[in-house]
Design a protein around this ligand. Structure first.
Ligand code: CO8
Length: 379
């Protein structure tokens, strides 16, 4: 191990209190469809308004592998007259919801790494959406855990966590920080379009946390040397969310369909799978490693079929991607797509059995397009 080695010394998670099963989700969605179709019955009969179509549990499980999702608030999502969560606006002197869940995940990771707030000198709050522009959630979290140094928010959609880990590793290597907390509070329920049959089943809420520090300060029993990180972006319109601070000035509809998540799912699937596999292969090759020498892949959790194909391209073992799988564990069935947190949940939940010297790859892929990989060795 080199003198300036950097390790991941702890991970943590916040799991929301409510689950929504596919059955519950589809029942609420279909009730919404029936209400809408009844309201528009005359126009539908006249052929001037399209009728909405029911969703199905069978489709969701076959197309995605998702069986349920966790959410912070359930009642609003399942109310067919509303179809989005109910959150209360908080006063400025109360901690924000994003920061609150991040602090829970952060404390979990800090306990694993044996760190207190005073040990942390950088906080990166990195996720697919931010609940406000400023002050940064990262700085709010920094204050809540009693950390020093600096904090900032960053957003690279589903690759927010891996991109933040690279920033953390570089900060530690350069000496600008000694011990970095990366948190990924993903309140996807607030920017998912629950009324759209094509995507209403895709996302779930969660928060993950990772501690990145110098190897010579780490005391955790479970340390992972970061052998390398590799990031890439390539512009695509296939996943978009146009919500933003310019909307008011543009006089655009604040409830317009383009102000929440939308995608060309098929195109994303086809284009991102080969990109992700080639990215991982090139990253491993740069470190002189073969894909078959990797003990475990903690992949982005968007779609079971995507992960099966990525693994097939890498190691030719398609059938091994499933819940509890050894080569590429799945957490998507339980959590759905949690944007940037997915690959980190897989790493958090599925590494206890690994041995010193084992190498694993964390890899995210998503909107942008953006792909990030972190290659780590168990010490
Ligand atoms: N119930 C029943 N039938 C349905 C449903 C439904 N809910 N939805 C679609 N169908 C029907 C369609 O109408 C279609 O019927 P027909 O063949 O008669 O036209 C048929 O099923 C097939 O439809 P699709 O082709 O759309 O279905 P796919 O097999 O492609 O599966 C998926 C759809 C699951 C979306 C799949 O394409 C997929 O997972 N793609 C990859 C998605 C992905 O990875 N996206 C990443 C985006 S996440 C990211 O980067 C972070 C963004 C920030 C987070 C935002 C949080 C809100």
């Amino acid at each position: 191990m080199s003198n300036n080695a950097v390790v991941i010394s702890g991970t943590g998670i916040y799991v929301p209190p409510h689950t929504i099963t596919n059955e519950e989700l589809v029942a609420a969605f279909n009730a919404y469809v029936d209400l809408q179709n009844a309201e528009n019955a005359a126009a539908i009969a006249a052929g001037t308004h399209p009728a909405l179509t029911h969703s199905s549990v069978e489709f969701i499980e076959k197309a995605s592998g998702i069986k349920q999702r966790y959410v912070i608030e359930k009642g609003g999502v399942l109310d067919p007259t509303r179809m989005y969560p109910r959150f209360q606006e908080r006063p400025d002197d109360e901690i924000s919801l994003m920061a609150e869940i991040a602090v829970v995940a952060a404390k979990d990771a800090m306990a694993q790494a044996g760190k207190t707030g005073a040990d942390i000198d950088a906080v990166l709050c990195s996720s697919a959406n931010m609940q406000r522009a400023y002050p940064a959630m990262a700085i709010e979290i920094q204050q809540a855990i009693g950390a020093g140094g600096y904090g900032f928010d960053m957003n690279v959609a589903c690759s927010s966590a891996t991109f933040a880990i690279e920033q953390a590793v570089n900060a530690v290597k350069s000496g600008s920080a000694k011990c970095v907390l990366v948190v990924n509070p993903e309140i996807t329920s607030a920017h998912l379009e629950w009324k759209d049959r094509d995507c209403h089943f895709i996302f779930g809420d969660v928060c993950t946390a990772v501690i990145v520090e110098r190897a010579d300060t780490a005391t955790s029993k479970d340390q992972w040397e970061v052998l390398g990180t590799k990031l890439v972006t390539q512009f695509s319109n296939n996943i978009r969310n146009n919500f933003g601070f310019m909307n008011r000035m543009e006089d655009s509809d604040p409830n317009g369909r383009d102000k929440t998540f939308r995608q060309e799912g098929r195109k994303v699937f086809k284009e991102v799978v080969p990109m992700a596999a080639a990215h991982i292969e090139a990253h491993l090759a740069a470190l002189g490693k073969e894909p078959t020498a990797v003990r475990r892949y903690w992949l982005h959790q968007a779609n079971l079929g995507m992960n099966q194909l990525v693994i097939k391209k890498l190691v030719g073992a398609e059938s091994t991607v499933q819940a509890g799988s050894d080569v590429a564990p799945l957490i998507l069935d339980e959590f759905a797509n949690t944007a940037s947190a997915g690959s980190i949940i897989a790493f958090h939940r599925h590494r206890a059995d690994m041995q010193p010297g084992d190498v694993g790859v964390i890899c995210s892929f998503g909107a942008g397009y953006s792909i990030g990989s972190v290659i780590a060795k168990k010490l």
